[in-house]
Design a protein around this ligand. Structure first.
Ligand SMILES: [Zn+2]
Ligand SMILES: [Zn+2]
Length: 642
């Protein structure tokens, strides 16, 4: 056994039940990690013999260990900027609890700030199976603006929010959307996508924003919440209002300061209807595919390529027909991308959109071969067998997400149970040879919780408990786990670099709080991590590993819902048990921090390169004057086209 100094591991994890996903070495008891990568994966006695005096050893107590989860589609860069402002109803099981959270948050939210619940839940997850009424919202929040986004189908605004955004009887109807009105023509507070959701996002964009300093803190808290749920990597899908490079300053600063705790590959999303090609010509000149490093890298174009090819996934409305100019618009963009060898991802919900896009991809392929470009469709809920074959022939992929877990009931209402049985046909796509992986598409329709997606893949049920899929379209646990780990690496062109627990791969792994392979199916969605490691560094520790944890500074501003509720199902814990567990964890964290302070080390998480050792000032300093306008609620552009 090689025990020379160079091979001395930085970290050894032992007494674990490792599921490696490496078919040549599927189970292991221990791993050694050096310079952020696994160096040995195998028997405990062999690996413990490698330990040197400087090796840190963590005893996993016989727990199951999995590769870190990688989300194939997350709006994390945009979501991070606002995370601290959002009250998340993700995982809350009753409307009564949700409304109690809302009321408590209204009580601590200073004027002119809003309380906003921005998706990640479905009315079907509530025991009451309904949303609050506008009267209920006005009763709990007479003066504080409240904005609630439900999927991509509606937004509920209380009276104070309507006043803040300035909608009146004179406000015109938005194209493809509706402002509901009373008998006198005054807006009631209900906004509908029909099915264009722009009215919902444009209204949300009128709310106050965080200053940059707090956006940095907010992004760190979003990453921490993902780490708590076992996420170690994600492919960012851009998003509306998330323009490159202006809106990437926060994430770039965090990447430079080495404070990313989730590895990110990011796609560039055009914001300019009818000028998409200019955006991509410009970006292919000024940025380079794959620029960056293992923590933050450029992943090409999408998920918006052209607005004329983007279908809305609102199953409460009829399927939208894409306009006749879709093919020409898309052809122009795809040629620019193919010539520059940039892969792309394309948002497409319905097969009608996918098959028309494939006509374009096949045509371009005749002039500029697409082979070797890891291009793919996103979502693809109603993709046909014929389209699957065409994608396989062109060497593309399909990134699926669990949006149907949130809106399956509406799909069934409109199209029937039979039509919903394979939406999307995950098992069939896997069998066809098309590259397929899983993710969430969080934060606005589905929750960012990967375990909800895994449970959906395995059980075929919605979060409301409806059986959507027959067993034949459900996956076994190992296949589902591969969808969230090694399968996702093709989508960022990083195959073999991560996604398994294997010597040479990046050392990203998790120890969940229950055995993923042995727990009841009904418990999978409730999983969270006890220990999350990215690149050999602990980014989250709880329970027996709480002493290893290094949390970021508290969520700012101090009234942030994140401080009070944490994240997914924060309210769902039994109050006594939840409070006690949190106190215990906080105590362990405080002890660990005190110990680090005694040792003269920085008591703050990570190196904190952004603020050096001025943390206390940085967390509480008054807001930068230049950002006051944004923070205190200057209204955004009222143009519908944004
Ligand atoms: Zn999409
Ligand atoms: Zn998306």
């Amino acid at each position: 056994m090689n025990a020379n100094a160079n091979a001395t591991p930085d970290l050894i994890l032992h007494r674990g039940l490792f599921t490696t996903l490496d078919r040549s070495n599927p189970h292991a008891e221990a791993v050694a990690i050096k310079d952020g990568r696994f160096t040995h994966v195998g028997r405990a006695d062999e690996i413990m013999a490698l330990a040197g005096p400087a090796t840190r050893v963590i005893d996993l107590g016989g727990r199951r260990v999995l590769p870190g989860l990688i989300d194939n589609h997350l709006h994390i860069i945009r979501g991070g900027l606002n995370f601290n402002l959002e009250l998340r109803w993700d995982g809350v099981r009753s409307l009564a609890d949700a409304m109690a959270m809302l009321k408590a948050q209204v009580a601590v939210t200073p004027a002119p700030q809003w309380v906003r619940v921005v998706g990640g839940f479905s009315e079907h997850q509530f025991a009451e199976k309904r949303l609050p009424t506008l009267e209920e919202l006005n009763a709990v929040a007479p003066d504080t603006p409240v904005f609630i986004l439900h999927l991509y189908d509606r937004a509920l605004l209380n009276g104070a929010a309507l006043r803040a955004v300035g909608y009146t009887r004179d406000t015109p109807e938005p194209p493809g959307g509706q402002i509901l009105r009373d008998g006198a023509g005054n807006p009631t507070g209900l906004l509908l996508a029909k099915p264009n959701a722009s009215i919902l996002y444009a209204t949300l964009a009128k709310g106050p924003k965080l200053p940059m300093e707090y956006q940095i803190n907010s992004t760190r808290h979003f990453m921490r919440e993902l780490n708590r749920l076992g996420v170690t990597g994600a492919i960012d899908a851009g998003g509306g209002f998330q323009n490159y490079p202006e809106d990437y300053q926060v994430i770039e600063q965090l990447a430079e300061a080495k404070q990313l705790t989730v590895r990110l590959a990011y796609n560039l999303f055009t914001q300019k209807p009818q000028q998409e090609k200019e955006d991509f010509l410009n970006w292919t000149r000024n940025s380079t595919y794959q620029q960056g490093d293992d923590y933050f890298r450029h992943n090409g174009a999408g998920e918006m390529l052209t607005f004329s090819a983007a279908d809305f996934e609102d199953f409460r409305q009829p399927r939208p027909d894409m306009p006749a100019n879709m093919e020409d618009d898309l052809d122009g963009v795809i040629r620019v991308l193919a010539q520059n060898r940039w892969p792309w991802r394309m948002h497409a919900t319905y097969d009608e959109t996918i098959s028309r896009a494939l006509d374009v991809f096949e045509r371009v392929n005749q002039d500029i071969p697409l082979a070797g470009l890891n291009w793919f469709f996103d979502h693809a809920e109603t993709i046909s067998g014929r389209s699957i074959e065409r994608i396989a022939a062109l060497g593309g992929g399909v990134a699926v997400q669990h949006r149907m877990a949130y809106q399956g009931e509406y799909f069934v209402e409109r199209y029937g149970h039979g039509a919903a049985e394979a939406t999307p046909p995950v098992a069939k796509m896997l069998a066809s040879g098309v590259k397929v992986s899983a993710g969430t598409d969080a934060t606005r329709v589905a929750s960012y919780n990967p375990w909800v997606s895994l449970a959906w893949l395995i059980t075929g049920k919605t979060v409301g408990g409806m059986q959507l899929y027959p067993r034949a379209n459900c996956l076994d646990r190992e296949t589902a786990l591969r969808m969230w780990t090694e399968n996702t690496t093709w989508f960022s062109n990083e195959v073999g670099k991560k996604g398994r627990i294997e010597a040479g791969q990046l050392a990203d792994l998790i120890v969940p709080d229950r055995d993923f392979f042995a727990c009841a199916e009904s418990e999978i969605a409730d999983t969270s991590a006890l220990l999350t490691i990215v690149g050999g560094k602990v980014v989250y520790g709880a329970g027996p590993f709480a002493g290893l944890d290094q949390p970021p500074p508290p969520a700012m501003p101090d009234w942030s819902p994140v401080r009070r509720y944490g994240g997914y199902a924060g309210w769902g814990l039994a109050p006594a048990k939840g409070a006690a567990a949190r106190r215990e964890q906080q105590k362990a964290q405080e002890q660990a921090q005190a110990k680090r302070r005694q040792q003269g080390a920085c008591g703050c998480a990570h190196q904190c390169n952004l603020h050096g050792h001025q943390h206390a000032t940085a967390w509480t300093s008054s807001l930068p004057v230049s950002d006051l306008k944004g923070f205190w609620g200057a209204l955004g552009c009222a143009c519908w086209a944004v």
